[in-house]
Design a protein around this ligand. Structure first.
Ligand code: HEC
Ligand code: HEC
Ligand code: HEC
Ligand code: HEC
Length: 149
């Protein structure tokens, strides 16, 4: 019994990192290590300071609540140096379905479609302007003209 307890104490001292428990039930050094990593997301305020035209477009529709990087991905590098880091083109068939694929677990009020039936195999941005997705069928009788704008 005594040997088992001794082995436990010695092994524990050997394997538990020294900063464990400094602040709580985790490694205290982890905070400094994570803080030292490069920032990946710029935040929508930063994007909006340059892309004011997109902000105006976004304000006209319900995508006003969706931040830029939720769709475009982490772009801090582009925000720091727009001339040399060009954001990748997005594939709307994957992107839009990620949020809008119909699912009975989603609130009924959330706009959702069975994408395969709804789009007929076309890319979503053939008809929807991604930043202002509402197609007003009264103003724009032919949705396909929207994509050319
Ligand atoms: C300092 C100003 C500046 C900031 C901040 C900035 N951009 Fe840009 N962005 C530009 C410029 C300039 C271009 C055009 C580059 C070109 O045409 O080659 C551009 C182009 C783009 C493009 C289009 C790329 C293409 O296909 O032509 C996207 C998408 C984009 N930015 C998204 C973002 C997002 C999202 C953010 C926030 C994380 C952001 N930008 C922050 C200046 C900025
Ligand atoms: C709902 C998803 C979504 C959101 C939110 C979004 N974008 Fe986009 N954006 C797209 C898609 C899709 C395209 C077209 C495909 C591409 O160029 O990659 C696009 C294209 C662009 C372009 C290039 C073409 C153009 O219209 O000038 C810029 C610049 C851009 N977005 C910037 C932004 C900025 C800045 C924000 C935040 C204010 C933002 N986007 C928010 C999905 C989005
Ligand atoms: C990150 C999640 C997200 C992505 C990606 C996304 N959307 Fe949305 N979309 C939303 C939210 C949130 C709303 C607003 C829902 C609300 O107001 O309750 C919305 C609303 C809409 C609406 C309803 C507009 C209206 O005024 O009735 C359409 C249409 C739409 N999105 C199409 C698209 C298309 C097309 C794409 C791809 C370019 C896309 N969405 C990508 C989250 C997303
Ligand atoms: C052939 C044109 C076309 C294509 C392609 C298309 N849509 Fe639509 N979509 C429409 C029209 C028209 C409406 C009805 C008008 C509106 O609500 O904006 C609509 C409505 C919607 C709505 C709102 C549904 C609601 O209950 O309010 C969502 C979400 C949507 N589309 C998502 C998508 C997604 C995701 C894709 C790509 C997989 C896509 N659409 C491709 C034409 C299209």
């Amino acid at each position: 019994m005594a040997i088992a307890v001794l082995a436990f104490v010695v092994l524990r001292a050997a394997v538990v990192p020294h900063s464990f428990g400094q602040y709580g039930h985790y490694r205290g050094d982890a905070i400094a290590e994570i803080a030292a990593r490069p920032v990946a997301f710029a935040g929508h305020d930063v994007c909006e300071s340059c892309h004011t035209d997109i902000v105006d477009q976004k304000k006209q529709g319900r995508h006003v609540v969706v931040p830029c990087e939720a769709c475009h991905g982490a772009l801090a590098k582009h925000a720091d140096d727009p001339a040399s880091v060009t954001p990748a083109k997005l594939d709307t068939a994957i992107l839009c379905a990620r949020c809008h694929e119909a699912n009975s677990a989603k609130p009924k009020t959330f706009p959702q479609v069975a994408t395969a039936d709804h789009s007929g195999g076309l890319a979503c941005d053939t008809c929807h302007q991604p930043h202002r997705p509402k197609i007003d069928t009264k103003v724009e009788p032919k949705p396909t003209t929207e994509a050319k704008k």
